[in-house]
Design a protein around this ligand. Structure first.
Ligand SMILES: N[C@@H](CCC(=O)N[C@@H](CS)C(=O)NCC(=O)O)C(=O)O
Length: 211
């Protein structure tokens, strides 16, 4: 059994979508970051960076294994099950490339954009402009990739698509209303959003945790 520490955010949903896709049994431990539960000693013992998602695999070889950082969780679960990440070869590295593009680029930029347009007490035009421009640039890169390939890693759905789905969905809906310049006409991303969003495992994973 795997414990999944998560909340209702795009980062948390990468892990729940992945667990649904690979079909591993898991128990949800909701960490309400709106109530600062990520700073509790019990959670910090699992995730010392005080961020969700995190997992504990009680069936790991060598005893229970705690993992934080969504990219590490995706790679771990893919390798544990042999699904959604090739074991070797070029497709493996295309998959890792787009997975870490999300973790190091798309996620942080959209997260900062969301903070500055929705939550910051004082509006900072420079910060909003910076993160709007960078988000739009990243979506331009993603649009080009998806115009050339069905999925981010190439022909097949992979952990790279799982990494990008939640944030891209948020950008296409709620965030684009708050920061219209960050989103635009992206026919290939729209096609991909529909294909990924129609997967049953994605629908189930996007509904975790139930609050
Ligand atoms: N790089 C991390 C980012 C995780 C992250 O930013 N999680 C947010 C929720 S979406 C969080 O837990 N925030 C709580 C906090 O910063 O105190 C990952 O990909 O797992």
């Amino acid at each position: 059994m795997i414990d999944l520490y998560t909340w209702t955010t795009p980062n948390g949903r990468k892990a729940s979508i992945m667990l649904e896709e690979v079909g591993l049994a898991y128990e949800v431990k909701a960490v309400n970051i709106g109530k600062d539960e990520q700073f509790s000693p019990q959670f910090l013992a699992v995730s010392p960076n005080n961020k969700i998602p995190a997992i504990v695999d009680h069936d790991a070889a060598g005893g229970p294994l705690a993992i934080f950082e969504s990219g590490a969780i995706l790679v771990y679960l893919a390798e544990k099950t042999g699904k959604l990440l090739a074991a070797s070869g070029p497709v493996r590295y295309k998959t890792l490339e787009w997975t870490f593009w999300q973790v190091g680029g798309l996620g942080p930029m959209l997260g900062q954009l969301g903070y500055f347009v929705l939550r910051a007490k004082e509006k900072s035009p420079d910060a909003i402009d910076r993160f709007t421009t960078e988000s739009a640039r990243l979506f331009g890169v993603m649009e080009k990739r998806l115009a050339a390939e069905p999925y981010l890693a190439g022909a097949d759905y992979s952990i790279a698509d799982i990494a990008c789905y939640g944030w891209t969905f948020a950008a296409s809906t709620m965030l684009s209303r708050a920061a219209p310049g960050a989103w635009g006409e992206y026919p290939s991303i729209d096609r991909w959003l529909k294909a990924v969003g129609e997967r049953e495992a994605v629908k189930r994973g996007m509904a975790v945790p139930k609050v």
